[in-house]
Design a protein around this ligand. Structure first.
Ligand SMILES: NC(=O)c1ccc[n+]([C@@H]2O[C@H](COP(=O)([O-])OP(=O)(O)OC[C@H]3O[C@@H](n4cnc5c(N)ncnc54)[C@H](OP(=O)(O)O)[C@@H]3O)[C@@H](O)[C@H]2O)c1
Length: 265
């Protein structure tokens, strides 16, 4: 069954202009969904919208909004003025790489808001509408960093753990209500944000970074079948060793050591 037949006609992608969010938007446009695309910078957002509407002849609304602002979810909901959303993809995230204490508390608050509070509020509103009508889908981006403590990514990792547990919990609550929700735990993925972070090579054994399109394809193939998943075979193998075979303290040390080495901290 196509995504459109199963879920409806309109998808909202929060954090859509580049990287994994843009790949979600492209995939959904190719499936024939009308789109609402959100990001802070208007130019890349409009450029993507123009190219997708030209190529796939779908309707696209661009919304410029900083989703880390306190009133962001209320703003998004009010701007949509009752418009039905059939698929919600929450992709935007903020990560501070480095010492927790040396980064201002304000920055950690912004990350907590962008990565947890805004998606929680949007899921509460749009998820509620989906449950009412008995169909819909929600995708929350999580990360392998959230599978255990990850030194030098403390707030980011903790917010990503939130997204996974949050999606899994709602998957259980909604499994008989026609609404699918999934947390996508990505590993390193070649996106502009990832490249800007200037990661170094950790070791020859580290899983290769995935392409955004591959993460998105895997996500749609698991949506409706699982509450969460780890993207990429090499990442699943690494996670099996870290989560199932090694003691948690070892997994936490490996993550912290890798991040320290990767970002020369
Ligand atoms: N890339 C990886 O290696 C990786 C690994 C694991 C998990 N993930 C997860 O995958 C997701 C996407 O990652 P990515 O690398 O594609 O991210 P990215 O390159 O940083 O792009 C994120 C998108 O979100 C938008 N955005 C960022 N902050 C925003 C804000 N405050 N308000 C509204 N929009 C905002 C950006 O556009 P503007 O800048 O114009 O706002 C951009 O379109 C994230 O949730 C991340 O945690 C990524």
């Amino acid at each position: 069954m196509s995504l459109k037949t199963k879920y409806g006609i309109t998808a909202l992608v929060a954090g859509a202009s580049e990287g994994i969010g843009a790949a979600f938007a492209s995939c959904l446009a190719a499936e024939g969904f009308d789109l609402i695309l959100i990001a802070r910078r208007p130019e890349p957002l409009q450029k993507l919208a123009d190219s997708l509407s030209d190529k796939y002849k779908v309707g696209i609304i661009c919304m410029v909004c900083d989703l880390s602002d306190e009133g962001a979810s209320e703003h998004v909901i009010a701007s949509l003025d009752g418009k039905e959303i059939d698929i919600l993809v929450y992709n935007a995230a903020l990560s501070h790489i480095g010492s927790f204490i040396e980064h201002p508390a304000e920055g950690h608050n912004k990350a907590a808001h962008l990565n947890m509070i805004t998606p929680m509020n949007l899921v509460h509103y749009f998820g509620g509408k989906m449950v009412e009508k008995g169909r819909g889908a929600i995708i929350l981006m999580s990360s392998m960093a959230g599978l255990q403590g990850s030194g030098f990514l403390a707030t980011y990792a903790a917010t990503k753990a939130f997204n996974r547990v949050f999606a899994e919990s709602l998957w259980y609550e909604w499994k008989d209500k026609g609404v699918d929700i999934i947390a996508c735990c990505a590993g390193a993925t070649v996106t502009p944000g990832y490249i800007r972070s200037k990661p170094g090579k950790v070791s020859l054994m580290a899983p290769a970074a995935q392409k955004p399109e591959d993460v998105v394809r895997e996500c749609f193939s698991r949506l409706g079948r699982r509450p969460s998943f780890i993207s990429g075979q090499a990442n699943r193998f690494a996670s099996f060793i870290m989560q199932r075979l090694l003691p948690r303290i070892t997994a936490v040390k490996i993550m912290g050591d890798s991040t320290r080495k990767m970002y020369r901290l």
